[in-house]
Design a protein around this ligand. Structure first.
Ligand code: ZN
Length: 270
């Protein structure tokens, strides 16, 4: 049915090679992307904001990757996409910010259109496309980040978010759902299985942003404060890097995390 979850399932004589795909009824179709040569038993074809997508499963050899990093703490943020405990920072790219601005503009424009008008319909289509672009860029970024982490490190330590507290703060809730914490975790976990990496989620009550990564002193850290200044040991550190370092420290000092000295292995290898 048109307009109701525009997707359908096909099975039978399906062939995929290069940028072409042969499906029953339609015959050969051209694809935008190069595909692996295979003959899947079935495919799902779907429509999203004016573009058609095909998805299918096929067997691929398990990838072999060489780990160059041991353990890393990763803090997801609003200002940066992610900050790693070894100092690496992942930004939201320019196209993403541009697309978000455009989305906001289109949203305002739509609200001024008269209900039921042709112009309103046009604006709705435009808005749908802008939404898709923002979502696509975000998804692409997250995929790059999670693939990188799962391939490089043996252990990735992330924070366990308290959903209740987050939703209390509406501004933060919006920003975080935007950064896609749950999507980040979902991707990281399945890629970790693929690339032989372990994802460790810190205790969700662990205040990674409030502790000093140097001496353990705890203080309130309002969101607008970008630098952690410790009155006890004098440490001054970017807020996100400090949080990432704390996640690493939590992993190394908490027996239940599997990475602490208490287990007799300080290397963090699990
Ligand atoms: Zn300190």
């Amino acid at each position: 049915r048109k307009g109701v979850r525009d997707s359908f399932y096909l099975e039978g004589n399906i062939r995929i090679s290069g940028d072409r795909i042969k499906v029953p009824i339609f015959g050969w179709l051209r694809c935008a992307e190069l595909l692996p040569a295979t003959t899947p038993k079935n495919v799902v074809i779907s429509l999203r904001a004016g573009h058609w997508y095909i998805s299918f499963k096929y067997e691929a050899p398990a990838p072999q990757v060489e780990k160059t990093g041991e353990v890393v703490g990763v803090d997801l943020g609003i200002h940066h996409l992610a900050t790693c405990s070894d100092g690496e920072v992942f930004e939201n790219p320019k196209p993403y910010r541009k697309a978000r601005k455009r989305l906001a503009r289109l949203q305002r424009r739509l609200s001024r259109k008269q209900k039921g008008s042709a112009n309103r319909k046009k604006a709705v289509v435009q808005l749908g496309k802008a939404h898709k672009r923002v979502a696509d860029i975000r998804q692409d970024n997250l995929h790059k980040l999670t693939t990188y982490l799962a391939k490089k490190y043996r252990v990735v330590v992330i924070e366990g978010l308290q959903v209740k507290n987050l939703l209390k703060n509406r501004k933060l809730a919006g920003a975080l759902s935007d950064c896609g914490f749950y999507e980040f975790r979902r991707q990281l976990e399945y890629k970790a299985r693929l690339y032989g990496c372990q994802v460790v989620v810190a205790d969700r009550f662990y205040p990674s942003s409030q502790l000093c990564s140097g001496c353990g002193h705890r203080q309130k850290m309002p969101l607008q404060e970008r630098v952690f200044c410790c009155p006890c040991c004098g440490l001054e550190l970017d807020r996100d890097l400090n949080a990432a370092l704390n996640l690493l420290r939590w992993y190394r000092t908490t027996p239940s995390s599997g990475g602490s000295d208490a287990c007799g292995d300080s290397s963090g290898g699990v």
